[in-house]
Design a protein around this ligand. Structure first.
Ligand code: CA
Length: 222
């Protein structure tokens, strides 16, 4: 197990952030505003936001779908990585958290690229499909209620183009996935989701130990 991913100490993690992440000021301010709130652990990590932004640039992505906006931190990383005419559809049900998001999206000058749908994500995903949105997105990021991951994923797999990517957050779930005593609905949902994905031939898959576990799925060309 000599080459297994490092267990990062706080010191090593701070080092990684100091020499490995270029976080724009507006994102740092949004992160600080989020940290002042309860539930701030739901915010994505800076190294993860930067990684997804890099993926979007690598893919030349212009259409992105996000399930779970929260305070819009990952949203903003991704929106900043899009071309001027790019479009990001983001779904959430919380007026309180997304209210914080708007201020920083505006400050970053990318609010025109971001389309927030404030209602259950399943309704937005169904509507996108009904309006002919299948295969119209380059990238989707799923980071919302864990019990619905399977449903979100199936919809995203239709909405993302062949050769497009889906990133799924929290797939290591704080390590609770390997705690047999943990029978919480969210933990069971993540376990079932991970188990289902590994056996599915419709895409390539790569689970990364970034932040709380990030699973990348590359939709096959047919
Ligand atoms: Ca998350």
């Amino acid at each position: 197990m000599a080459n297994q991913t490092l267990d990062l100490s706080d010191e090593l993690y701070r080092y990684l952030l100091s020499v490995g992440v270029r976080e724009p000021d507006v994102l740092m301010e949004l992160r600080e505003a989020t940290e002042a709130e309860e539930m701030s652990m739901m915010r994505s990590a800076p190294e993860q936001g930067q990684f997804m932004a890099l993926l979007l640039k690598l893919m030349g992505a212009s259409h992105v779908l996000e399930i779970g906006t929260f305070t819009g931190y990952a949203t903003l990383w991704m929106a900043l990585a899009l071309p001027r005419d790019g479009k990001l559809v983001t779904c959430d049900v919380s007026e309180r958290w997304t209210f914080i998001a708007h201020r920083f999206w505006e400050q970053a000058g990318v609010q025109g690229r971001i389309h927030l749908h404030l209602r259950p994500a399943i309704e937005t995903l169904d509507e996108l499909l009904e309006l002919g949105g299948a295969a119209s997105f380059d990238f989707a990021f799923i980071d919302a209620d864990k019990e619905n991951y399977g449903t979100y994923f199936e919809a995203c797999l239709q909405l993302v183009r062949p050769g497009g990517m889906i990133a799924v957050d929290n797939t290591l779930w704080g390590g609770r996935v390997v705690d047999d005593a943990n029978r919480e609905a969210s933990t069971e949902a993540i376990r079932a989701f991970n188990r289902k994905l590994i056996d599915d031939p419709r895409f390539d898959l790569c689970m990364l130990p970034v932040a709380d576990g990030l699973t990348l799925v590359l939709k096959n060309h047919v």
